[in-house]
Design a protein around this ligand. Structure first.
Ligand SMILES: Nc1ncnc2c1ncn2[C@@H]1O[C@H](COP(=O)(O)OP(=O)(O)OP(=O)(O)O)[C@@H](O)[C@H]1O
Ligand SMILES: [Mg+2]
Length: 239
């Protein structure tokens, strides 16, 4: 599904070079639910943005769903991103002057799909996240948790192969955060997952420091860590 090999990313300014990712290799199989954890600045967002085709990388290779994505034109990347990837951001990123229905419709408008098909997808995605009764609301008329659920509906409406979430609960209080996490887990377990695995990759300074099942990584009494799952990848099982 997702296969990165020795991916490096350097941010350069006149004065400094920041090695955001250092030869990072990671594979995520269909149906896996993987959390990427690590301290601030360790490269989580950079990794997710590269995985989500939002950012380029310097060296290494990246195959998404069997396709080498390092040499695509901008148009090809946008098309692939639209078809294969759903992205959930910490700050929701809804369009403020579009209502809930139209926000979920945004990525679908780039597809060759009839209005009736789009309507059906939007409705079922909103039903799934429990917001079918809020279709005409604007984002500003919703709570934070509801806004994030709209963003989740938008991310899954296109039936993506890969769902990426960068600190999806970072702006929510703990109750809303729990609801959003439960929803993501539910989505992963529903039609998506073939062979559910749970894995955490712990990043430090752009490298994978440890990788394994949550219990193994978090039970080890090492230096104190942020124990939250900071970013998540849900690789859907549809190829
Ligand atoms: N646009 C940029 N220009 C220069 N440096 C950047 C840029 N974006 C990120 N960096 C640097 O790359 C490194 C990795 O950043 P990244 O945002 O991936 O970290 P993160 O693990 O997501 O952190 P956080 O938990 O704070 O969100 C950091 O040292 C950061 O300063
Ligand atoms: Mg980040």
């Amino acid at each position: 599904m997702l296969k990165m090999h020795n991916v490096s990313k350097v941010y350069r300014t006149d004065l400094i070079e920041t090695h955001a990712l250092r030869e990072l290799s990671l594979e995520v199989g269909a149906g896996e639910f993987v959390a990427v954890s690590g301290p601030s600045g360790s490269g989580k967002t950079t990794f997710l943005n590269i995985a989500g085709l939002l950012e380029d990388f310097e060296s290494g290779s990246y195959q998404l769903d069997g396709r080498d994505v390092s040499r695509l034109s901008d148009d090809q990347r946008s098309k692939l991103r639209n078809e294969k990837i759903g992205f959930i951001f910490q700050s929701f990123n809804l369009i403020p002057d579009l209502n809930v229905f139209d926000n979920v419709d945004v990525p679908l408008r780039y597809r060759r799909m009839s209005a009736a098909d789009r309507r059906e997808r939007i409705t079922s995605a909103l039903e799934l996240v429990g917001l079918a009764s809020r279709m005409k609301h604007l984002p500003s008329q919703l709570s934070g948790g509801q806004q994030q659920r709209v963003a989740i509906a938008r991310a899954i409406a296109g039936d993506p192969a890969l769902l990426l979430a960068d600190e999806p609960t970072g702006n929510l209080d703990s109750l809303m955060a729990r609801q959003v996490m439960d929803l993501l887990e539910q989505i992963n377990e529903m039609g998506f997952a073939k062979d559910i695995a749970n894995r955490i990759c712990f990043l430090d300074q752009g490298r994978i420091l440890e990788e394994g099942p949550p219990a193994q990584i978090f039970s080890a009494p090492k230096e104190p860590r942020t124990q939250q799952f900071l970013a998540r990848i849900v690789a859907a099982g549809r190829l």
